[in-house]
Design a protein around this ligand. Sequence first.
Ligand code: SF4
Length: 272
Amino acid sequence: MAASSTVPPASLLRQAYLRQSTAFCPGCGHGIFMNAFLRAAAALPLDFDRTVFVSGIGCGAWVPSPHFLADTLHVTHGRAMAFAAGVQRARPDLNIVVISGDGDLATIGGNHLIHAARRQTPIKVFCLNNWLFGMTGGQVSATTPREARTATTPAGNPDPPFDLVRLVLGAGAPFAARWPVSLPRQLARGIEHALREPGFAFVEVLSICPTHFGRINEPLFPAGEAPQSIPWRMLEWLRRQCIEREKAAALSPEERAGKILIGEWRGEECWP
Ligand code: SF4
């Protein structure tokens, strides 16, 4: 992939890379990710004619298919990594990029994810973590925070969530990163870094689902003095909670409590 170049404005990005406008709910974080991904793709540039996008089922899976002007495989629920591994074996000359959600990649398809990390299959994986199954109605997933309410845990989730970065690093991934949609510039840079990796690369994208997660967990996202929409409050919450791992290293355990570490990790590094 060539060196970074100037990224064209959003209208040209749409013309160059998208088939249609999005059908995401108003305020959904996935649109921010899509914009950041296209900016990273344009900066590299990522040749869409030599890239296969693979996704499973869910709102995150809609990012490449039907939107991207590229070859896309939109497969059965939880099986994006398995199909992507097959494409990679058959056509190692192509860029293989998986974009799907936490329900698809880490819950139903968690087994495929950890084994792709273990094998270091050269696939770039972007997991849009919105803390539940969004498209199917807001059910609990493997990343739903403890105590959070979902359609299937109306009294609060009793179980601890996966830390996806730790999960894939523990399985053997050589590169993993976590960025929130509340920091779109850092997110675009992080996507670009992952796409430049020669081998397996995993990015957890902290996204927001105002429709299912935000509405049912509204008290978790306190409003400011002026009236603010739920998506705005969720983005503000993410912005407050996320801290870059280098800055977190200077904090005391009390100051770090409850914070979400963001940044990039190499497989050989000890966690955190
Ligand atoms: S259900 Fe949630 S994740 Fe899906 S498009 Fe709507 S806001 Fe986004």
